[in-house]
Design a protein around this ligand. Structure first.
Ligand SMILES: [Zn+2]
Ligand SMILES: [Zn+2]
Length: 554
């Protein structure tokens, strides 16, 4: 697998989907990993799965050649799988101060806090890991300290953009480092491996500063209490809310653990300097309605988060009433529309005014739209562009745009494709093991695990259990036990299905040929088939069926 004279790249996650980012680069027999994130489970398709993460079998096998894991930024889709997967890799981790501090805070909030060392790299800094000379280039995004990674190698320079946008006034941190990116372009860049999230959107993402202005206007105009929900990690947005509150003579109360955690880290890193201290939720009731802004978690409708509890009047400290205002300073991630809709409907029913990004510029994306992608390409002028961080359509549009901008070559790859970037023409030269792992409760499961597919089947078509006690000759000792779970009680004729199944079981057992009767496995199989086909006839659905046979001595 070690290809000493080639520079290679493989996405092990994050291509064809948004989330679960993991990229690896190979050179001189060594591997470098960038980001290790999660994909959020989709309730309908993966019942009971909280998190989906990339399969790291390949890196586990190549552990001794893995020189490190570099983090572009601290969003969950880029660093959310480290706690679960790092024990398989045990490689050094490198990140800038905010990402490292947020990771540490996240570890500390675990039930059994893991000890995972992270080496802090300065923003704009450069480190050498094995054959890789790695540069952290600041870019604007929706969390502090996002970085594009420039990999300088003897075979050429690769720009791994990470998540970015062009925001000349990002509120926190420097804007995207255009000057440095142009310098890279002047020196020659082999390839861009680039963010495609917004490749179908024309124009440019508005600036965080425009959102801040809208928030100030809205908070000033509000009559009653104001609650704002946003992604806790968007510190620029937290700052904007705090400044809006200050301008309106209101205090900020933090509601939700994730919010408290991020605020603490942001304070340590100096990103909330100059703002008065935030209050914790205990103080909420002490302020008159027009003197408070609640900054809440739960913008995605999460049932246990602050906003859902406030909306259903289930929060011990924080309540809202008719005439109050809730601002969703967020975007609803696909899959969460229903949960968010339920909260909005609940609030509206109570006479609370709800403002979302449909009503006002209260949210902007952290990803580049088409004009920003064009700018990046014109600064860096790569020989090759490989779109990542996107679904099929996003990747396709990004590649098309790059070609229209004069990039000589684009390649659309899939997770697991090993691409030779240099020397010579770029090409897919191998397929590495890749896939998904599921976090199922406390357990990390292979995506082919039976548990999830069984739960999915159960959720559609229930389950039948039959237990039989028979003699060694196969005669029933007692009535069979039949339990139908998740199956309607009566069929179309109005008969109790459990009774119908009971009669079929008795009939099958009594009429089996002698040899089959003496063989409990054969008997179980006959009963199972008869029960499934009977339920299919009565109900029109195929269920799971389990038959247990207990042989007792005559
Ligand atoms: Zn991000
Ligand atoms: Zn991302």
């Amino acid at each position: 697998m070690t290809r000493p004279n080639e520079l290679t790249f493989a996405p092990l996650g994050g291509v064809g989907q948004i989330g679960m980012n993991l990229s690896i680069y190979g050179l001189a027999g060594k591997w470098l990993a960038i980001d290790l994130g999660v994909y959020f489970g989709d309730e309908e398709h993966l019942p009971g799965i909280d998190l989906v993460m990339p399969d790291v079998r390949f890196l586990e096998k190549e552990k001794k050649n893995l020189v490190g894991l570099v983090l572009t930024h601290a969003h969950e889709d880029h660093f959310g799988a480290i706690i679960d997967l790092w024990p398989k890799l045990k490689c050094p981790i490198y990140a800038t101060q905010f990402s490292a501090a947020l990771f540490e805070a996240k570890c500390a909030s675990e039930r059994n806090p893991p000890k995972i060392p992270v080496t802090v790299v300065p923003s704009g800094g450069r480190i050498n890991l094995g054959p890789f000379d790695i540069e952290f280039i600041p870019v604007a995004h929706s969390i502090p300290e996002s970085h594009a990674i420039a990999l300088h190698t003897p075979l050429g320079t690769v720009l791994h953009t990470g998540d970015w946008k062009i925001d000349p006034t990002p509120i926190i941190g420097p804007p995207t480092d255009e000057k440095r990116l142009r310098e890279l372009g002047d020196a020659g860049v082999l390839a861009i491996i680039g963010d495609s999230t917004n490749a179908v959107r024309d124009g440019r993402s508005p600036s965080e500063t425009e959102v801040a202005a809208t928030l100030t206007k809205l908070v000033k105009a509000a009559k009653g209490r104001v609650a704002v929900t946003t992604f806790a990690s968007n510190v620029a947005r937290l700052r904007a809310v705090a400044e809006a509150a200050q301008a309106a003579g209101r205090e900020v109360v933090l509601v939700g653990r994730a919010m408290e955690r991020v605020v603490q880290v942001a304070r340590e890193c100096g990103y909330l300097d100059g703002l008065p201290a935030f209050r914790n939720a205990d103080y909420y009731g002490h302020f008159p309605p027009d003197k408070v802004v609640a900054l809440c978690t739960g913008s995605q409708g999460e049932a246990r988060a602050a906003l859902a509890r406030i909306a259903s009047d289930d929060h011990p400290m924080v309540t809202l009433n008719k005439g109050d205002t809730v601002i969703f300073s967020s975007r609803t991630i696909p899959g969460n529309e229903k949960a968010v809709g339920t909260i909005i409907n609940g609030l509206v029913t109570q006479g609370i005014e709800v403002i979302t990004d449909r009503d006002a510029l209260v949210h902007v994306s952290g990803h580049p739209r088409r004009d920003e992608l064009r700018d990046m390409i014109s600064w860096v002028r790569p020989q090759l562009l490989i779109p990542v961080h996107g679904e099929a359509l996003h990747l396709h549009e990004h590649a098309k745009l790059a070609r229209a901008c004069g990039v000589p070559r684009t390649m659309i790859v899939k997770n697991g494709d090993l691409v030779r970037l240099a020397p010579g023409d770029a090409a897919v030269i191998d397929e590495l093991p890749s896939g998904r792992m599921f976090k199922d409760g406390l357990i990390l499961e292979d995506s082919k695990s039976r548990a999830v597919s069984e739960r999915r089947r159960l959720s559609f078509a229930g389950c039948a259990f039959v237990a039989l006690a028979v003699t060694m000759k196969g005669e029933l000792v007692d009535d069979p036990a039949v339990d139908l779970i998740g199956i309607p009680e009566k069929n179309l004729k109005g008969e109790v299905m459990e009774d119908v199944v009971f009669d079929i079981v008795v009939n099958i057992v009594e009429n089996l040929p002698k040899a089959r009767k003496r063989d409990p496995d054969a008997m179980a199989e006959s009963v199972r088939r008869a029960v499934r086909s009977s339920l299919a006839d009565q109900w029109g659905k195929k269920t799971m069926c389990y038959v247990h046979i207990l042989q007792v001595e005559d």
